[in-house]
Design a protein around this ligand. Structure first.
Ligand SMILES: [Zn+2]
Ligand SMILES: [Zn+2]
Length: 247
């Protein structure tokens, strides 16, 4: 009920900036000019594997340092924007402040990103990165599943919401390094009906790619269960000083 009231209010009022809530002019969509100017949408050159953008515009796209030293189970990961500033703020508000009207905005963004890198024949199945039941109960929804539903509607690619499950809760990993995160997520995912992913090409969806440990572990589990290929699409890619280099 509350959800519908919120939708109605959003419909009646002029749109607001998803970050600072300033009312938007008619030609503005999503963010006000000020916030929009602080968002870095990801453009080449990028790492051809994990999709991290390179600082220097003078290099060609190639594998980043992290991808050269770590085993990546996914074939390629792509994201729309850098996880910082107003884009990060808006994702936070959507996840933690229950701003449900942002679902359609982020869904549209994700669809835009999808068509940029793939076509609808590229995948047999969309799979959201799952939350552990405990986390799902706390938050009330899985943001990755909301994105998957929007993408499935626009691309007609079917999705599966309970094939990949999170069987071990993990602690928030914000301050962990890549390797620590890899250790933390190891063994925390499980494919419940492997026969349904045999030989399938899968696109894994999440809101944020941080170090890649989570999506990499999911991709590993899916490949081990028989999937042919796993790619990754997220809204944002965390850009840490160590990875945001032109190495
Ligand atoms: Zn704004
Ligand atoms: Zn990379």
């Amino acid at each position: 009920m509350l959800f519908h009231v919120e939708r109605l209010i959003q419909f009646l009022l002029p749109s607001q900036c998803h970050c600072c809530e300033r009312f938007l002019e008619e030609d503005q969509k999503g963010f006000c000019t000020d916030c929009l100017s602080k968002i870095r949408w990801i453009e080449p050159p990028i790492c051809t594997l994990c999709g991290v953008p390179f600082l220097s515009q003078k290099v060609d796209s190639h594998h980043c340092g992290a991808c050269l030293t770590r085993r990546r189970y996914f074939t390629m990961a792509r994201a729309l924007g850098c996880y910082e500033g107003p884009f990060r703020e808006a994702i936070h508000r959507w996840k933690y402040e229950e701003k449900h009207h942002l679902t359609s905005f982020f869904g549209e963004k994700l669809v835009e990103g999808f068509w940029r890198y793939w076509d609808s024949h590229a995948f047999d199945l969309l799979i959201p990165v799952p939350l552990h039941t405990k986390r799902l109960r706390e938050r009330g929804f899985n943001q990755a599943l909301l994105l998957v539903k929007e993408l499935s509607r626009k691309t007609q690619i079917p999705y599966a919401k309970r094939l990949l499950r999170k069987i071990k809760p993990t602690t928030p990993q914000v301050h962990l390094s890549g390797r620590e995160r890899e250790r933390e997520v190891k063994g925390s995912f499980h494919v419940s009906r492997p026969q349904e992913i045999q030989g399938r090409s899968i696109l894994l969806i999440d809101d944020v790619y941080t170090t890649g440990a989570t999506v990499n572990e999911c991709a590993k589990v899916l490949l081990n269960a028989g999937a042919e290929r796993v790619d990754v699409l997220t809204l944002a890619h965390a850009v840490m000083s160590s990875s945001f280099t032109d190495q």
